[in-house]
Design a protein around this ligand. Structure first.
Ligand code: GEK
Length: 242
């Protein structure tokens, strides 16, 4: 069955509230993220491939901000069978749907899903941690401490995949990337009204960092290697090795 079409911002609204991961969004989230984030499908494949390379037997794998479980499924399907996968999301609407999606998968790897704030969860014995477009929703000043807690809970040689929407210091680059991203969304079938209203809703909750900030924070958190590994317009991913 094709995913349900995202029409959350299709009709003009009198006022734009801050974006929330509620049931209305969770119902259409697969379609929303696939049509909004260039390179999202590629990142899911990379998470599977990283799981195969970096997953260590008898270790934990964390998917922080797991939404409907797209990345969680990649971890389950590509990690050694002795690994344990932990998906965490603060939205109960997301976790309920994630539970149903994971129940349909019969990989050997065990898993648990927690409806919790990732800042409250202990990270331990981890060989892989995924932050696929989640860190950007935390208050900016709390992000360095979150990265440090992740690094502290990882095994040597473990990997963090951090994907985020970015902000560019160079004004021309920022304007160009914003325009090209809006073109991408139009190409994917969103109207100008939808694009403008979603943008206004997201601006209240999603504060992007620069590439330099990410690389610096990953180094400060204790990752020995930190490297940009993907860029699709203003969406970038970093690999960080403990
Ligand atoms: C994917 N990774 O499909 N604690 C836990 N979860 C949180 C928190 C928090 N503090 N803040 C936000 N979230 C997924 C996509 S979406 C990205 C991730 C996007 C959750 C929030 O409820 C939502 O489900 C997710 O992080 C971000 O690979 O919408 O651009």
């Amino acid at each position: 069955m094709p995913p349900r079409k995202d029409t959350v911002y299709a009709e003009p609204l009198s006022s734009i509230e801050a974006f929330q991961f509620d049931a209305t969004v969770a119902d259409v989230f697969q379609d929303m993220i696939e049509r909004s984030v260039p390179g999202y499908g590629l990142l899911l494949q990379l998470i599977g491939s990283f799981a195969e390379r970096y997953g260590q037997p008898n270790s934990n794998a964390y998917d922080l901000g797991c939404s409907l479980g797209a990345s969680t499924l990649q971890l389950r399907q590509h990690l050694p069978s002795t690994c344990h996968v932990i998906g965490i999301d603060s939205s109960s609407a997301m976790i309920e749907r994630c539970q149903a999606n994971l129940a349909r998968d019969h990989s050997a790897t065990t898993y648990e899903l927690k409806n919790d704030d990732l800042r409250a969860v202990t990270i331990e014995n981890a060989s892989i941690v995924v932050l696929n477009f989640t860190l950007q929703f935390l208050p900016d000043h709390e992000r360095p401490a979150v990265l440090k807690r992740i690094a502290d809970g990882m095994r040597p040689g473990g990997v963090l995949l951090l994907a985020e929407k970015l902000h560019y210091e160079n004004h021309g680059e920022q304007v160009l990337m914003t325009d090209l991203h809006q073109d991408f969304k139009r190409y994917k079938g969103y109207s100008d009204v939808e694009i403008a209203q979603k943008r206004a809703a997201l601006e209240q909750v999603l504060v992007p960092n620069t590439r330099a900030e990410h690389l610096e924070r990953l180094a400060e958190a204790g990752f020995a290697v930190q490297q940009q590994c993907v860029r699709c317009l203003n969406f970038e991913a970093f690999i960080a090795i403990r």
